[in-house]
Design a protein around this ligand. Structure first.
Ligand SMILES: Cc1cc2nc3c(=O)[nH]c(=O)nc-3n(C[C@H](O)[C@H](O)[C@H](O)COP(=O)(O)OP(=O)(O)OC[C@H]3O[C@@H](n4cnc5c(N)ncnc54)[C@H](O)[C@@H]3O)c2cc1C
Length: 417
């Protein structure tokens, strides 16, 4: 298809601009870039792309565009930044409906005015969009103690691959009819539709929240303390095990540490801290609330190779030990069994060594019935490495076919989609 034909087809859409070599996604220059100003306009743009069989790459705030396999080309970009309105907020019902281009931080600011919040971890960057948070299915250290973003969506308006607008769920918490189709989009990396608007149930902000750190002698000790704290049913929002390497990067002593986020009423938090003191061999220290952001930022930046693994809590310790033996810095949410780890930098070891390490880690995760996702890596590694996640199942393929008949949305992001 000629460049001219594409430009003509999309130039009437909001914030249309031809692209430059600075707009590369997965190393390719999009044919053009649009940022529709309404859900209806976005739907019309997708219908236009469908008629031309032109693939679309969806962009939220653009912080995780290299997550998943590289997209196929050519493509146009549809950015959601102008779908950023609060559609409806009913504080008494604890529900809010917002455009998917709104930032998660912006949503929390609106909710906090009414003493409420969406109980998901603050994202590493204030720009992260709601659509991006949903599509990446990212969860932080709170998962396992508070609901995930997937549990908090009660309705959505999405755009299918042929441009059809679909509404699922509703704007009230007690919603009993229909399938929860909106939940399919969590973690789908935009391959099953564009999330245009979402309705969330929200909760009151806790009266007190405090973060405490304590040194532990081993991963096993951290998990034993964490399991016991959870068993007693204390006011815990997160339990994070920091490896020796991560502790060092964060400027605390060189030994594994357990990080505990307490949240609840003042008396519940005080009681919980006392219980922890009684269990810890070393004295727990209070930390600033910004520590979590620091933790997430340690793996940020260029030239990093980051993996995310999910295993049963009982397998966290052997996987973390394996990582330690292979010089990998790691931290783990020990309430949910998620581990984030960094491989040695690509300029420190050869590509074939990286791939061997990744395959070994994938086998290890598989032996514990877990999953492994490459969060960030150079494009050549992303091309060569197949993560441990079932993207080729008949069910996934059938879903993709019915929601995006020509496979035009983020084509190739999910290997086989
Ligand atoms: C609770 C939480 C914890 C996090 N923890 C970490 C962490 O520990 N480490 C870390 O590095 N990052 C973390 N993140 C950030 C996360 O990795 C992503 O960077 C972020 O969610 C992407 O948002 P974005 O708007 O920049 O999306 P983009 O980078 O713009 O897009 C990401 C993907 O989503 C698709 N997409 C975007 N918007 C839509 C939409 N409306 N509909 C369909 N598909 C869409 C895109 O096509 C792309 O495939 C966390 C985020 C959250 C919310």
């Amino acid at each position: 298809m000629s460049d001219q034909k594409i430009q003509t087809a999309f130039q009437a859409f909001h914030e249309f601009h031809p692209t430059t070599s600075g707009d590369l996604i997965d190393g390719s220059q999009p044919e053009c870039w649009i940022a529709p100003s309404s859900v209806e306009e976005a739907s019309k743009a997708v219908k236009t792309a469908y008629a031309l069989s032109m693939p679309i790459v969806i962009v939220g705030s653009g912080t995780a565009l290299s997550l998943g396999a590289p997209v196929s080309q050519p493509f146009i970009v549809l950015e959601t930044k102008n779908l950023n309105q609060i559609v409806e907020y009913v504080p008494e019902d604890l529900t809010i409906t917002v455009g998917a281009g709104m930032s998660l931080a912006g949503l929390q600011a609106v909710l906090s005015e009414n003493g409420q919040y969406l109980p998901v971890n603050p994202a590493p960057s204030d720009e992260v969009s709601i659509g991006g948070a949903l599509a990446t299915g990212m969860v932080g250290p709170w998962r396992g103690n508070v609901p995930s973003i997937r549990d908090l969506i009660i309705g959505a308006t999405t755009i299918q691959g042929d441009g059809t607008l679909v509404k699922s769920g509703g704007r009230v918490v007690k919603n009993v009819t229909g399938y929860d189709l909106h939940r399919l989009h969590v973690g789908a990396l935009g391959t099953l539709g564009i999330v245009a608007e979402t309705t969330f149930k929200v909760v009151p902000l806790p009266a007190v929240s405090e973060i405490v750190i304590t040194a532990v002698s081993s991963e096993e000790e951290a998990i034993a303390i964490g399991t016991e704290l959870r068993r007693i049913g204390l006011a815990i929002r997160a339990l994070t095990l920091l490896s020796e390497e991560v502790s060092l990067l964060l400027g605390v002593d060189e030994s594994p540490h357990l990080l505990i986020d307490f949240a609840g009423s003042k008396s519940a938090v005080e009681f919980s801290k006392k219980q922890l003191e009684a269990m810890s061999a070393s004295s727990p220290r209070l930390l600033d609330a910004s520590f979590y952001r620091q933790l997430r930022r340690i793996f940020a930046g260029e030239n990093r190779m980051i993996v995310r693994i999910g295993v049963l809590i009982t397998a966290v310790s052997p996987v973390m030990k394996w990582m330690h033996a292979h010089d990998m810095a790691a931290y783990s949410n020990i309430s949910a069994g998620h581990i984030m780890a960094e491989l040695p930098r690509s300029d420190e070891i050869s590509e074939s060594t990286v791939l061997d390490l990744l395959r070994e880690l994938r086998d290890l995760s598989e032996s514990y019935a877990g999953y492994l996702i490459l969060e960030r890596a150079p494009e050549s590694i992303r091309q060569a490495f197949v993560p441990l996640i079932d993207t080729n199942s008949a069910l996934t393929a059938e879903l993709a076919r019915s929601l995006d008949p020509r496979r035009l949305l983020n084509t190739g992001r999910f290997e086989g989609s």
